[in-house]
Write a protein that binds this ligand. Structure first.
Ligand code: G6P
Length: 369
């Protein structure tokens, strides 16, 4: 087993470090002449034309990738998109039919809840597409089409490289759909894809030791909160899930705008709060709203750890710690912002002496309902 870890202390550490390559593999062969063309979807344009609704269904970490996908598909393919946890979707009477595309996301391709949702969608006449990391798994076999993430085998129970590859696959899919539906007006996002692996590598290189040190200082923490807005919101949820899964610390992710509607009551002096700050270049308005959220929690004594774009000076006066990510397009920030949160959860679990690869009570793939 030690050899399989390739010198890393855990599979999770190895898989976190493999993310630049995993994401590069997801993109490989899918960009041609400045356009995203996914070869597996060749001849399947009818999956994307004449639909008026997309539902993305998944469980766990994959459902947070799905939330990022909602933003990308709505923006680029201009079709209303909702995310449904697979076990919730299946057990009501959803309004779906042949004008609905149901996208499922699953690393293993074997999660029973997700599989049942896909089968149910098909029975109802919906078009189905799966995003999967495991060649030939059951969920892709039950779907009309599949886009593989090609992240390589993921062994650690807590998902890391599969998650960044899932988001990348959703960005590719959103751009592919936008081209097919002729709704994509701006090719700048396609150009950004090529830089993504190097930007992930730069976060790993520049922030690993800083974040690990931070986690070491916080080994006795009993609760950590995560705030994000727009595509940073799913990353706040994922940051909290990683911490729960492997370090057994109470953690919650919130939409930053929701703070004043409840969660701010949790803030007391010393409460650690991670805030994912969107670039001010994308939207000065969204950025300023997140900065004012930071001021609100800081005023109540929170210990604020900010994840912000390099050069974002507006956050510095209010942050106890700043973790930097490189400049990237708005849809690409999640893939970068999640990396320090993965490192944080892993380092904190390690500081507590826990086995990061085999957390208690969890299975890598849940094949029962
Ligand atoms: C389990 C794992 C999670 C994973 C979820 C969905 O709960 O512990 O890490 O996110 O299943 O798995 P899937 O293989 O469908 O992506």
């Amino acid at each position: 087993a030690a050899a399989e870890k390739g010198g890393w202390s855990s599979f999770m550490a190895k898989e976190v470090a493999e993310q630049p390559q995993a994401v590069a593999n997801t993109i490989l062969g899918r960009v041609h002449d400045g356009q995203v063309v996914i070869p597996e979807l060749d001849g399947l344009d009818e999956l994307f034309i004449g639909i008026n609704r997309v539902i993305i269904t998944a469980c766990g970490t994959a459902s947070y990738a799905a939330l990022v996908g909602k933003y990308a598909i709505e923006q680029w393919a201009r079709v209303a998109t909702d995310v449904e946890l697979a076990h919730e979707f299946r057990y009501r009477d959803p309004v779906i039919g042949d004008d609905t595309l149901v996208i499922s996301i699953s690393q293993s391709g074997e999660t029973m809840d997700t599989l049942m949702a896909v089968k149910y969608a098909r029975e109802r006449g919906a078009r189905t597409l799966s995003i999967c990391n495991t060649q030939g798994a059951t969920i892709p076999r039950e779907s009309d089409a599949v886009v593989y993430t090609h992240a390589g085998p993921e062994v650690a129970v807590a998902s890391t490289k599969a998650f960044s590859a899932q988001i990348t696959a959703l960005l590719l899919l959103g751009l592919h759909m936008g081209r097919v539906r002729q709704t994509l007006t701006d090719d700048s996002a396609v150009a950004e894809l090529a830089d993504l692996p190097d930007k992930i590598a730069s976060v790993l290189e520049k922030e690993n030791d800083h974040v690990a040190q931070l986690a070491g200082w916080m080994a006795d923490t009993r609760s950590v909160l995560f705030l994000g807005r727009h595509v940073g919101y799913p990353i706040a949820l994922e940051g909290a899930l990683k911490l729960k899964e492997i370090s057994y610390i109470h953690a919650e992710g919130f939409a930053a705008g929701e703070l004043k509607h409840g969660p701010i009551a949790l803030i007391e002096p010393g409460q650690p709060v991670f805030v994912i700050v969107p670039s001010p270049r994308h939207s000065a308005l969204i950025h300023s709203k997140v900065v004012s959220n930071i001021q609100e929690i800081r005023a109540r004594g929170a210990r604020v750890i900010v994840i912000a774009e390099e050069g974002d000076a507006a956050v510095l006066p209010f942050a106890d710690e700043v973790i930097h990510i490189p400049l990237a397009g708005p849809m690409f920030e999640p893939v970068l912002a999640v990396v320090p949160l993965q490192i944080f959860a892993m380092a904190l679990a390690t500081a507590k002496g826990l086995d990061v690869d085999q957390p208690r009570n969890l299975a890598k793939s849940v094949t029962v309902e």
